[in-house]
Design a protein around this ligand. Sequence first.
Ligand code: NAD
Length: 458
Amino acid sequence: MTHTVEELRSAFDAGITKPLAWRLAQLRALRRMLTERSAEFEDALLADLGKNPTESQIAELGFVVGEIDHALKHLRRWLRPKRVSVPGALLPARASTLLEPVGVVLVIAPWNYPVQLLLAPLVGALGAGNAVVLKPSELAPATSAAMGRLIPQYLDRRAVAVVEGGVEETTDLLAQRFDHIFYTGNGRVGRIVAAAAVEHLTPVTLELGGKSPVYVDGTVDIAAAARRIAWGKFMNAGQTCVAPDYVLADRAVVPRLTDALRDAVRELYGDDPAQSPDYGRIVDDRQFSRLTGMLDSGTTAIGGDHDAATRYLAPTVLVDVPGDAPAMAQEIFGPILPILPVDGLDDAIRFIRAGDKPLALYVFTSSATVRRRILTETSSGAVGFGIPAAHLAVAGLPFGGVGESGAGAYHGERSVRTFSHEKAVLSKPLAPDTMQLVYPPYTEGKDRFARGLLRKLG
Ligand code: NAD
């Protein structure tokens, strides 16, 4: 492992990753891998998560191709030095900022979107001109193996390495010095990663999870809202970091919303979701028993049936869920959706603010006042009005959490900036020497100048 990181560091130090042409070539090669070998990735995702190939195209392979295309189109412009203005007292001078690659970066990915969450950060890391170690999740073993096999066939092996493995391998990696660590996963391991990074003063991006709430008031088309909520929740069998975790609905809306969710689940997955080729499976036995242990958190309004042998857990909606039920005490991260009644917006805001800052917050309302109050009175990584999860497909929006849901962000230009150091550059001619006024010895005139200057700079 030490060996790998050292080799990548020598490649970085030799400058092979810095030319724009190299970066663009790597991005094109990554794109080629995703298109030429898409069947292998689709098979792996089907084996790991029962993911339907169309969903794999939308949320995994196609997503990364979209990020690559966006980067290929704009990278040259993103990397251009940016001029900034210089205060009058320092003129003549020119100031600018310049993005420089940080060096060797480590990307640690989870199992739930094992292609997207490993490769979307890679797009930014390569675009920024870094060498990269990729650590796929051992809990999506078929996808991890595909990465280990295919990435070295397409990308420059001197600068990109895949290290497969679990806790032991990741612990070894974390003992090395990296120049940036990009971690996606749960907050417990996020703390381990951050603590390891401190040893080398390595900056970290933490893409974590948590409970992303939905608020539905009585002013919207409930059937349409239910379809959106059901899609966002039950995609990938609920194993999505930005999936709606639970719903807060105005009390009078709860029965209608429950009925509409029942219709929406039937529309999306048919009468028996176990037979639907579009509905995924729970990743492993540990997650399966954690999830089934939450099923008695309330009254089952929809679904609830499950089968340990196939790790099938039906799209499930629970009502009458007390605030301290197991399903409300942790991130659900599976196809169980509790609906909790609230008495209006104040009550909903109070509930949301009592919890950790969520990764995303979704609101279904037609009221401009409700929207404004949500934006100003709550804090979350993102807000989606009328749609869950889709904000991550907007390349111009930074994707990341706040507080317990993470630190830092990526996607589009933000990814390149995440893996870059923004270097400040000031350039001032030696003549005329306008600095005379600040050199000692200090005189009364200089003192007057300094006080005026302070006012100007302030
Ligand atoms: P996971 O178990 O696959 O772990 C993530 C990574 O951490 C893996 O590569 C794993 O090998 C490594 N790891 C595990 N234990 C470790 C240890 N002790 N030391 C060092 N490394 C270790 O995935 P997970 O954490 O179960 O993922 C689910 C969580 O991730 C959920 O909380 C979800 O909300 C969050 N998530 C966040 C995002 C986001 O973009 N913000 C995306 C997906 C998932």
